[in-house]
Design a protein around this ligand. Sequence first.
Ligand code: GLP
Length: 241
Amino acid sequence: MQIYTFKTDRELDEAGAGIVISLLRSVPGASLGLATGQTPVGVYEELVKAYRKGHISFKKVNTYNLDEYRGVGKKDPRSFYAFMHQHLFQHIDLPEEQIHIPDGEAEDVILECNRYDALLGNVRQLDLQILGIGLNGHIGFNEPNFRLSYGTHAVILSEETRRVNSSFFHSLEEVPEQAITMGVGAIMKAKKILFIARGEKKAEIVHRALTGPITTECPASLLQLHPDVIVLLDEGAGKLI
Ligand code: GLP
């Protein structure tokens, strides 16, 4: 695990984008695992800048998002699809059919999870998975539990996660109670993981995840078992490391 701490958001964003850019230069048809949340937004902005300067193209790239809320359609501004569209997809040359994200509106959730796993199975291994961390140590929406799931599955979100994510909604009541998430299997199978955390409020959980016991009660602690993780932290999130 390589851990880097940055003084400014800009340096962190450039470093994160730099990793994606060098991947796309050497593997133009890379498969990218993408995350939502505030954490990767600056990295996406840097990628858009690089694309606009003609430094990279996403024409051959396939993207696989970690998760989606249940009961929220692609066109709903609260969906993770809309979030990705706003921050990345609409600005780049990534063909729509190469964007993959669980369908939050699927009537049969088990079928939808199987469909997503089949897609991920075809890829076998994501070239790079971008990952943030929830305040409770979740990755994707793999919440702390006595056991974790390997494959894509439906989850009931914890009260804490819904409260944290309510900043994207008008009120806590509006935050969906369930989501579909990639399991820890696909995440851990990625060739490389780009793990990013910002802010002092994440310092304790980052410390637990990177140096504490490996436990399903802190899903991000599984990253200690991965052979190629790059950790990018700002000074706040890296305070205890
Ligand atoms: C959500 C997402 C995670 C993300 C986490 C942290 O719950 N499912 O993938 O890492 O939030 O979000 P933020 O980056 O806004 O702190």
